[in-house]
Write a protein that binds this ligand. Structure first.
Ligand code: ADP
Length: 360
């Protein structure tokens, strides 16, 4: 009814701003209610087929109580891991043609970032997240191309915690801080000291994920707590040699599970928590600024403002392709975090619709 007027108006605005848009895709994924949560108290009012998302403010009635967002895609809570992967598969495969690709998961803690990127467990293939599926797919395609190309795949995994970069694949579990090379070369190694493991099969991948998990837990009592406050970056380097000509191409895929985006009340956090919160804030807003500058084709892109953007510098911008999974919780308690998450996503996608404009 009313939604259709809102949708039509927003579609028109959306089309207008499309031209301004950079090459970032934003896919919003809504986490299902967890067992025990009251399914009726949700902020999700409407999910359109073309990426529209209408959020209801639980404390306001009527039109003023609604905010419309528009992304490249919005997944309903029922979307499966396989469905989500199918949509990003072409992007993943382009790495074998020499492209640089960055895939992020952004959202508050508990919104499903790790579920999307890693999955709830690695045992059952059905629940595999993007990381496993991506590597698996790269192996499949490179096998299919073996009469024309010879590919090598190397993987690095680092964690960025409190603006320090650490290796997650070192075999001695050392928590050595790593330096970042200022690289403006496409496909340049930003963190050359981080261990690079060569992978040839899915079982190699499962093994390295385990090493990464184990190293991530070092020095922290609660893995979940630590991982929600650090960014983890899995980088897949691909080198392909065309057999006929001997020419070489390189592609690079970054799979990033970002720290939780929740705003921490300054008055409540002290000591380490406050420090962590400030670092997270700084790096997520630096990421937003970089993507925004790229989308606006700004001559100055502020990569230097955080370790995260420095590590990713050579894979953000230029010919690189960027996709962000914006994860949200469906419950009313998360309303204000959901709105701030979606506003961030709206900003990086370069498409801001503002309040639903049905009454103009
Ligand atoms: P985050 O990484 O953002 O902190 P998690 O990925 O750990 O969040 O998800 C929080 C909880 O919700 C976990 O128990 C996870 O298994 C569950 N969950 C998240 N997304 C989904 C989904 N799409 N389907 C089923 N369960 C999910």
């Amino acid at each position: 009814e009313n939604y259709h007027t809102i949708l039509a108006e927003n579609q028109r605005l959306y089309n207008e701003v499309q031209e301004l848009k950079g090459n970032i895709r934003v896919y919003c994924r809504i986490r299902p209610f967890l067992p025990g949560q009251n399914k009726r108290s949700t902020t999700i009012d409407f999910i359109g087929e073309n990426g529209e998302l209408l959020i209801a403010n639980p404390s306001k009635q009527g039109k003023d109580g609604h905010r419309m967002f528009k992304f490249n895609k919005v997944y309903s809570p029922a979307a499966t891991q396989a469905e989500v992967f199918l949509d990003i598969q072409p992007l993943i495969r382009s790495v074998l043609d020499g492209y640089n690709v960055c895939i992020f998961a952004y959202g508050q803690t508990g919104s499903g970032k790790t579920y999307t990127m890693t999955g709830p467990n690695s045992v059952s293939k059905e629940y595999w997240g993007v990381n496993y599926r991506a590597l698996n797919d790269l192996f499949d395609i490179s096998r299919n191309r073996r009469s024309t190309f010879s590919y090598e795949v190397g993987v690095q995994m680092v964690e960025i915690y409190n603006e320090q970069v650490r290796d997650l694949l070192s075999n001695d579990g050392s928590q050595k801080r790593l330096g970042i090379w200022s690289t403006s070369q496409p496909n340049g190694l930003a963190v050359p000291e981080a261990s690079m493991l060569s992978v040839k099969s899915t079982s190699d991948v499962l093994e390295l994920m385990q090493i990464g998990q184990a190293n991530r837990a070092v020095g922290s009592t609660a893995l979940n707590e630590r991982s929600s406050r650090s960014h983890s970056v899995l980088t897949v380097h691909v080198r392909g040699v065309e057999l006929k000509t001997g020419s070489t191409l390189r592609g690079c895929l970054h799979l990033i599970d970002l720290a939780g985006s929740e705003r921490v009340e300054r008055s409540e956090a002290t000591g380490d928590r406050l420090k962590e919160a400030m670092h997270i804030n700084k790096s997520l807003s630096a990421l937003g600024d970089v993507i925004f500058a790229l989308a606006q084709k700004s001559p100055h892109v502020p990569y230097r403002n955080s370790k995260l953007t420095q590590v990713l510098q050579s894979s953000l911008g230029g010919q690189a392709k960027t996709l962000m999974f914006v994860q949200i919780n469906p419950d009313v308690e998360s309303f204000s975090e959901t709105i701030s998450t979606l506003k961030f996503a709206e900003r990086v996608s370069g498409v801001e619709l503002g309040a639903a404009r049905s009454n103009k």
